[in-house]
Ligand binder design. Sequence first.
Ligand code: UD1
Length: 422
Amino acid sequence: MDSIIVTGNGPLNGQIPIAGAKNACLALMPATLLSEEPLTLTNAPRLSDIKTMTELLRSLGAEVTSMQNGQVQAMSSHNLATTRADYEIVRKMRASNLVLGPLLARAHHAEVSLPGGCAIGARPMDIHISALEAMGAQIELRDGYLHAKAPGGLKGAVHELRFASVGATENVVMAATLAKGTTVLKNAAREPEIVDLVQCLRKMGAQIEGEGSSTITIEGVDRLHGATHPVVTDRIELGTYMLAPAICGGEVELLGGRIELVEAFCEKLDQAGIAVEETANGLKVARRNGRVSAVDVVTEPFPGFPTDLQAQMMALMCTAEGTSVLEERIFENRFMHAPELVRMGAQIDVQGGIATVTGVDKLKGAPVMATDLRASVSLILAGLAAEGETIVNRVYHLDRGYERVEEKLRNVGAKIERVSGS
Ligand code: UD1
């Protein structure tokens, strides 16, 4: 397994281009299953999770052609070979469950293995299941697979999610595009990736209103057609790299960045003493003056502070002046980076879903273990600010969500290299 070696090297300066959003692309790709006509995505990120989704769609009979070095994904699902999403693929990535809604809508049945994914919590599927059942699906769990059928097709329904789950919202919206009648989804998730999915579905002929609000209304249509759609900017990659100059000093411009994607996050950066300026090409980030101040953070569904930036924010707080309290409300086990940061000299006390971080003057490089996707990058950020060498082991998680990390950080002056393991 590869490792990444980072050596603290002072301020960072320059530009970092931000890719298309992994989480948007992972929801957009299964939308191909809804139509016999081609769906083409541009601005796709080049990540191993996208390869896993490609493998899954191909196993279902879709044709997926990756062009322009992975930035364009041309898909066509003229014929479906099977409606079974196999454990061997699904276990690699939880987002595989996003084929359930489209398959049920198109073929009226689906067998989808329960997913795996990051080890950050239980992440069950009950919210997806209740919503699809409200639309007339019959779903049973047998042999580790959800066996779902909707004889005669799905029917529109009024349904309120018990929690604004991102994946459940995406599955239901896709399923409802081909259902009979109107679906009103209440307490829907409001993430920009959902807005992006709806915009794409609309280009395919779907009748949807209310995306970005808590109530989404979908009027079922008989069929969807082909479309071409650019994937929205990755707000998590954006937030991650905004933290690089915050943590190391210097000034970095994030190309393609937009404030409305990261508003709650920018408010916290502002309180911490970090200036974010909109430019013609993106966002420019620099510390306002010397040391960063401690701020408290609570993770919430969008438009709140994203759980996917909590680990990276913790890395920043490790050397802030004062004590910060980070409360994780989305996942129950998402502080696995804390003991690794402690190995680098951070002072962190974790009690259940609350981590209290007391800033220290300097972190010290150490060998650390990447436990999940966002934890991996938080350790790289910490390493950039630490004295000496940090070796981040087990970085395969990183490649699931960040393309060309070493290159992007090296271009702004970081000392970072990848060492190939067996
Ligand atoms: C998506 C993102 C992930 C992000 C998360 C929360 C993708 C591919 N992944 O994941 O990066 O961290 O949103 O912003 O877009 N839950 C249930 N039952 C369900 C579904 C979810 O209890 O049926 C719980 C989960 O265990 C978790 C919480 O709800 O605690 C949030 O999950 P959800 O919003 O569904 O996240 P994902 O779509 O899996």
